[in-house]
Ligand binder design. Structure first.
Ligand code: HEC
Ligand code: HEC
Ligand code: HEC
Ligand code: HEC
Length: 316
């Protein structure tokens, strides 16, 4: 029997490593982007989870290194739990996302968590493992690994405030990882079909008819003025923010009008305003000037005592 790895296997292995390198490069690009001091823990833990799980996928257990894969898997779990703990625990506004209007980028985050749970349950001794048996259990473990990497990469590529370069590099890294999986898995076609199906399901959340109920929920939620005060923004041209003053779209409040007009997912009020407010603050921080909150939810959404907020508004 021919024991030498054939060309396809060799290419597949290199594709996995190339994917890992690209993901690492994407992570470096993100780390170079300014953010708030309070957001660094969430960012670093999330990126560490992506890299360790992608490394576990690309570096499978071999007879001479049986434990490396397991260690990477446990490290990824620790980083993922830390990331969720920091965001959901320290940023209360996070829970407001859990409505029918949950943004697609958060859906991909939950998909990653579900895939992690499936990968773990299929591999650890237990009821699911017993029912599936070792061979099928192992296959579920590997498939869940690919779904996990894809969902995590999509989550990071979609969250507000990430540069185009980082998005392209991360998605290219993911593509290499998936290509290696399709070549390497005996059921490569089934893997490709699974990933395609999930991608379609997530994309469907952004278009009719599934987007309808989600947008309705978003419109019904009360306007959150997000601590915006003109007195924090002196000396800026009105029309720089108030495009409605120049394009004659009307003269009402930005948020109420935007809630009403937003008819497609791309115009979701939070994603659009997060980019509008946060990217100016990020550019100012980058330029070494005074800046406002960038990614730290509490910077804009902190629940101030209502009296204090009213007093700040009245003082303008
Ligand atoms: C940095 C962006 C920015 C700049 C610059 C800016 N605004 Fe605003 N303005 C906003 C935002 C955001 C709101 C909505 C705030 C809210 O609802 O909490 C707003 C609200 C208003 C409102 C209240 C609208 C309503 O009905 O609620 C008026 C009036 C207004 N701005 C006038 C001005 C004028 C005049 C200038 C120039 C001197 C100016 N703004 C400069 C961002 C800006
Ligand atoms: C009377 C309605 C109305 C008001 C008031 C209004 N906008 Fe808009 N805004 C629009 C419409 C309509 C568009 C174009 C939507 C599109 O391109 O699909 C738009 C587009 C934008 C965009 C570009 C979105 C993108 O990603 O292409 C930004 C940013 C924006 N508005 C910010 C603001 C801010 C900040 C205010 C208040 C200071 C404001 N808008 C007030 C209706 C309004
Ligand atoms: C055109 C640039 C620009 C835009 C757009 C902008 N900001 Fe700011 N923001 C600034 C600057 C500059 C400061 C710092 C002002 C200072 O401290 O002197 C600031 C400060 C702040 C602060 C105060 C932080 C503190 O330390 O008290 C808050 C809150 C804030 N911005 C919220 C928002 C929100 C919410 C939006 C979107 C509706 C927004 N900003 C849009 C430039 C911008
Ligand atoms: C730079 C300021 C800023 C930061 C930082 C920020 N937001 Fe926002 N956010 C806004 C503005 C402005 C809006 C639009 C106001 C609205 O929707 O009523 C908004 C809207 C939202 C909404 C939709 C509110 C609704 O029900 O319509 C949610 C949910 C939200 N943000 C969550 C978050 C989370 C979670 C974080 C941290 C990961 C965060 N925001 C960080 C400014 C900010």
């Amino acid at each position: 029997m021919n024991t030498r790895p054939n060309l396809v296997q060799l290419l597949a292995r290199q594709a996995g490593r190339a994917g890992l390198l690209l993901l690492a490069a994407g992570v470096v690009v993100i780390l170079l982007r300014p953010t708030d001091a309070a957001w660094w823990a969430a960012r670093v833990l999330g990126l560490a989870a992506l890299l360790t799980m992608a490394a576990a996928l690309a570096l499978r257990p071999t007879p001479d290194r049986p434990r490396r894969h397991n260690l990477l898997g446990w490290a990824a779990l620790a980083a993922l739990l830390g990331h969720i703990g920091v965001v959901a625990g320290l940023q209360p506004v996070f829970w407001r996302w859990l409505t029918w209007a949950v943004p697609v980028e958060i859906v991909t985050g939950f998909l990653a968590v579900a895939a992690f749970a499936a990968a773990l349950a299929a591999q650890r001794p237990g009821r699911l493992r017993d029912r599936l048996g070792p061979i099928l259990g192992h296959r579920v473990h590997r498939f869940a690994g690919y779904v996990l990497a894809a969902a995590a990469a999509a989550h990071i590529a979609l969250v507000a405030g990430i540069s185009v370069v980082a998005v392209v590099v991360i998605l290219a890294g993911l593509a290499f990882l998936v290509v290696e999986g399709i070549f390497r898995e005996r059921h490569g076609v089934a893997l490709a079909a699974t990933l395609a199906l999930l991608t379609t399901a997530v994309a469907a959340l952004s278009i009719a008819p599934l987007a309808g109920p989600r947008l309705e929920a978003l419109r019904r939620s009360p306007v959150d003025h997000a601590n915006f005060l003109h007195s924090d923004h002196p000396g800026l041209a009105c029309a720089g923010c108030h495009h409605n003053f120049t394009d004659q779209t009307g003269n009402e409040n930005c948020l109420t009008c935007h809630k009403r007009i937003s008819t497609i997912e791309a115009m979701r009020i939070d994603r659009m305003f997060h980019a509008f407010c946060g990217e100016c603050h990020r550019a100012d921080k980058h330029a070494g000037k005074e800046f406002g909150p960038i990614d730290d939810c509490n910077g804009c959404h902190a629940k101030q005592a209502e009296g204090e907020k009213d007093a700040r508004r009245a003082a303008q």
